[in-house]
Ligand binder design. Structure first.
Ligand code: DGI
Ligand code: FE
Ligand code: FE
Ligand code: FE
Length: 187
C-alpha cells in the first residue's frame, strides 16, 4: 500500500513529534474527506507528505527554487514558507506524484492561496486543527471545521494572519491573497 511506503519515507526525515503531528493531520484529513466528499486516498497522500521538507536544509531549498524555476518570491523567505513548495517538488520528483491537486495541497498547506480546491482546504485546515495542536482558539476552529469547510477556512486563515500581525512577523503575499479571496467570497 502507498500509505506505508510514504510513511516509511517521511519517518527518518523528521523528529518523532513531527511524525505524530503528521499522523494527526492524516487522520483529520481523512475524517474531513468523508464529511465533505473528497477522495480519501488523495487526502491521505497529501497529508502524509505535507511536511516532508520541514527539516530540509534552507540553502538547498533556495537552490531548488532557483534551479527549478519555482515562484521567485520564495528565495527571500525561510524554511517555514519554503517547506510547502519544496515538499510538493519532492512529492513530484521523488515519489512520482502527478496529481496536481495533491501537489497543490502540499505546496500551499502553510499559506493557503486564492482559489483553493476542496482538497487544499482540507489539508490546510487539518494541519491547523489535528488533535496534537494545542493553541488558544483551536477548539473554535475544530467546531467550524465540523460545520462548514469555507467557514473553517475563513476562521483558520484569519487566525493565522492575526497571529502573524500580533507576533510582528512578515506575511507572505500568498497568505494575504488567500485571506482576501476567502473574505471576499464569504463576507
Ligand atoms: O509545518 P507546520 O508547523 O505543521 O505548519 P505550517 O506549515 O502551517 O506553518 C509553519 C509556520 O509558518 C508556522 O509557524 C506559521 C508560519 N506561517 C504561516 N504563514 C506565514 C508564516 N510565517 C510567515 N512569516 N509568514 C506567513 O505568511
Ligand atoms: Fe508545514
Ligand atoms: Fe504540518
Ligand atoms: Fe466529526
Amino acid at each position: 500500500m502507498e500509505r506505508d511506503k510514504f510513511l516509511a519515507a517521511i519517518k527518518p526525515r523528521m523528529p518523532e513529534k513531527r511524525y505524530i503531528h503528521t499522523i494527526g493531520v492524516m487522520e483529520t484529513a481523512l475524517h474531513l474527506s468523508g464529511k465533505y466528499g473528497e477522495d480519501p486516498t488523495a487526502a491521505e497522500t497529501a497529508a502524509i507528505l505535507h511536511d516532508i521538507a520541514k527539516y530540509a536544509d534552507e540553502d538547498w531549498m533556495r537552490t531548488i527554487v532557483k534551479e527549478k524555476g519555482l515562484d521567485s518570491r520564495l528565495v527571500d523567505w525561510g524554511s517555514e514558507i519554503l517547506h510547502g513548495p519544496i515538499g510538493a517538488w519532492i512529492a513530484e520528483t521523488e515519489f512520482n506524484i502527478k496529481n496536481e491537486d495533491i501537489l497543490n495541497a502540499i505546496r500551499f498547506h502553510t499559506t493557503g492561496r486564492a482559489g483553493m480546491s476542496k482538497l487544499e482546504k482540507i489539508i490546510y485546515i487539518a494541519d491547523m486543527i489535528e488533535p496534537n495542536r494545542k493553541f488558544v482558539g483551536v477548539e473554535e476552529l475544530r467546531e467550524a471545521a465540523h460545520e462548514n469547510l469555507d467557514k473553517a477556512m475563513k476562521a483558520c486563515i484569519s487566525h493565522s494572519i492575526r497571529f502573524l500581525v500580533d507576533t510582528e512577523q512578515p506575511i507572505y503575499p500568498v497568505s494575504i491573497e488567500c485571506f482576501n479571496d476567502v473574505i471576499s467570497r464569504n463576507a
